[in-house]
Write a protein that binds this ligand. Structure first.
Ligand code: PEP
Ligand code: MG
Length: 324
């Protein structure tokens, strides 16, 4: 198997009829970097910046963050690294910033916290910008966006941070900025959101949770948590169509992208790249190399007419098994 993985690393992720699909990785710990490189990732679609924050005992300083981000950006350079601004709250707690709420997933999370605390956001963005000096492979991603105002406020702060670091003599271009689509409200504002940013990235973990009203971490309702539910598939299709109508690339960085069968459907929908845990990358690449894009689109068309999630699963898996 190790030999097979090595051979696969050198091969492009390309369907039988020649459609390329860039495979990116999700990272958080430094150990993820090496694994990603061993598996031939073409970029980082999601660096979860809250991971190093969760390991500390206080908020890291701008200098400490800069050193950490520099390490991440340099490791993948010249490949792009998508750094998500701090996404705490929900299930991601910081011991030194306690939040007590009855419904944390519907509460103070992600961009809501950092817009209420612009000093936290500005320090982080300044550190990212300074870290990218001379490398210029930074992309910034905004989590938990539910509407236009949040995006505009965040963009305003990023511009402010950019002005500040340039005043300090750091010479860097404005990085690409994208929003995550992980709240149903954002699905229905995709055109307006995509118009003002450089790229779109779907967070299917939260999008599935919020569309189906199923806690992503509750084992009692785990059977109901299904990213192949017809409502999720329709939402994903809307996002791809909306982003493309605005001429913006759209990626997906939830666990769904690392599920080989689901990846076939995401390719068929028109996603421009898939970002996943490095562990799943070879499996996804292997399967996408076994199918044609035209067959994948035919299969998606068929599945989009089925209203029973179980039948969607069985039809998909039967079709893929028949590939051999
Ligand atoms: C998601 O919600 O799909 C996502 C990628 O973000 P996280 O899993 O960190 O919430
Ligand atoms: Mg999320």
């Amino acid at each position: 198997l190790a030999q097979g993985l090595d051979a696969l690393r050198e091969l492009p992720c390309e369907t039988l009829d020649g459609q390329r699909m860039p495979l990116w990785v999700n990272t958080g710990l430094l150990a993820d970097v090496k694994r990603a490189q061993e598996r031939g990732a073409e970029g980082v679609g999601l660096y979860r910046t809250e991971v190093p924050f969760m390991n500390g005992e206080r908020f890291p300083s701008e200098k400490e963050q800069l050193a950490n981000y520099r390490e991440q950006l340099a490791a993948f350079h010249p490949l792009p690294v998508t750094m998500r601004t701090l996404d705490i709250g929900g299930d991601k707690a910081l011991s030194y910033f306690p939040i007590k709420e009855d419904n944390p997933f519907l509460g103070w999370r992600g961009i809501r916290i950092t817009l209420d605390h612009p000093e936290i956001f500005l320090v982080q963005v300044r550190a990212m910008l300074k870290a990218s000096e001379g490398l210029n492979n930074l992309r910034i991603l905004l989590p938990m966006i539910s509407g236009i105002q949040e995006m505009e406020e965040a963009l305003h702060l990023i511009h402010r941070a950019w002005g500040e670091v340039r005043d300090e003599g750091v010479d860097i271009p404005m990085p690409s900025v994208g929003v995550m689509i992980e709240i149903p409200a954002a699905v229905y504002q995709i055109r307006e959101l995509a118009r003002q940013v450089d790229f779109i990235s779907v967070g299917s973990n939260d999008l599935t949770q919020y569309l189906l009203a199923v806690d992503r971490n509750n084992p009692r309702v785990a059977d109901l948590y299904d990213f192949l539910h017809p409502a999720v598939l329709h939402a994903l299709k809307l996002v791809v169509e909306g982003a493309h109508a605005e001429g913006k690339p759209v990626s997906i960085c939830g666990e769904m992208a690392g599920d080989p069968a689901a990846a076939v459907l995401l390719l068929a929908m028109g996603f421009d790249s898939l970002s996943m845990n490095a562990t799943n990358l070879p499996k996804v690449k292997w399967l996408l190399r076994q199918i044609s894009a035209s067959r994948a689109r035919e299969l998606l068309g068929q599945l989009m007419t089925i209203d029973n999630p179980q039948v969607i699963h069985s039809t998909l898996h039967l079709a893929l098994r028949n590939l051999g």
